[in-house]
Ligand binder design. Structure first.
Ligand SMILES: [Cu+2]
Length: 256
């Protein structure tokens, strides 16, 4: 088996495990709870948190010595952002989104661009979610040349050299979650993109929370995607003017 196929097999098994865990949690103790929403709106909301259960892996230190222009921009160690969580297990950089349930509804594409920045030879943010056909602006706020190279599975791959101070603009015409973004000049640079046909998505921040508000009432499949921990999925029904809470739990494999 090729290394890639073997890796895909591992990822599939891991994803399966996470789905099983998520389902078990949904059945056993973390059934969605309901709280009344504010009156005056005819919309539903799904809110909640994403947690990492178990030991937090020690993040790797990034070695930028191959490009002093990058290294000298940092006075402290730069850590890999593969798994970022706080001491309470609040898990950052998880894309939580409506995977199913919106039927054929269509939504206007936002006029303002989604923006990702290259600064200190690191992508900011590490995970960016935006809309199909929405402009993606890639900024180079470094004094060196980068090479911006997304590697999608469902969209066209492109690859552009980007001199200091310049901006690249592109769009993605198809939905896709977890597009790796890399720089061919600096091997440590890594970000992930998620592209949606609808506006019901969020990327968890430091507190691990997400908020999918202004949903039409209905039954939805909600997914949570993490670059290393895979995808967890839960089903939920929300009524008019109702807010429901969901929790996703990913198992840490640190120390195992
Ligand atoms: Cu670069």
């Amino acid at each position: 088996m090729s290394q890639r196929a073997e890796k895909a097999g591992v990822v599939m098994k891991r994803n399966y495990l996470i789905v099983v865990i998520a389902l078990a949690i949904a059945v056993v103790g973390a059934a969605p709870t309901s709280t009344p929403a504010k009156s005056g709106t005819d919309t539903a909301a799904v809110k909640g948190t994403v947690k990492l259960e178990g030991a937090l892996p020690t993040p790797a230190r990034i070695n930028m010595s191959s490009d002093p222009a990058c290294a000298r921009q940092h006075s402290t160690a730069v850590l890999a952002e593969e798994i970022v969580a706080d001491k309470n297990g609040d898990l950052q950089n998880v894309v939580v989104f409506v995977a199913e349930g919106l039927a054929d509804r269509t939504f206007e594409v936002p006029a303002q661009p989604a923006v990702i920045e290259q600064k200190g030879c690191v992508y900011q943010p590490h995970v960016l979610a935006f809309r199909v056909n929405q402009k993606l602006q890639v900024l180079n706020n470094d004094a060196c040349t980068h090479n911006i190279h997304p590697q999608p599975a469902n969209n066209r791959e492109w690859n552009k050299a980007q001199v200091a101070g310049s901006t690249v603009e592109e769009t993605f015409p198809r939905e896709e979650v977890g597009i790796p973004l890399k720089c061919n000049v600096h091997p440590w640079m890594r970000a992930y993109l998620a592209v949606f046909k609808h506006p019901y998505f969020a990327v968890t921040g430091k507190d691990g929370s997400f908020d999918l508000s202004n949903l039409p009432p209905g039954t939805y499949t909600i997914s949570a995607w993490h670059e290393k921990l895979g995808t967890a999925t839960q089903k939920i029904t929300v009524g008019s003017n109702e807010t429901k809470t969901l929790q996703f739990v990913f198992k840490s494999r640190a120390g195992s």
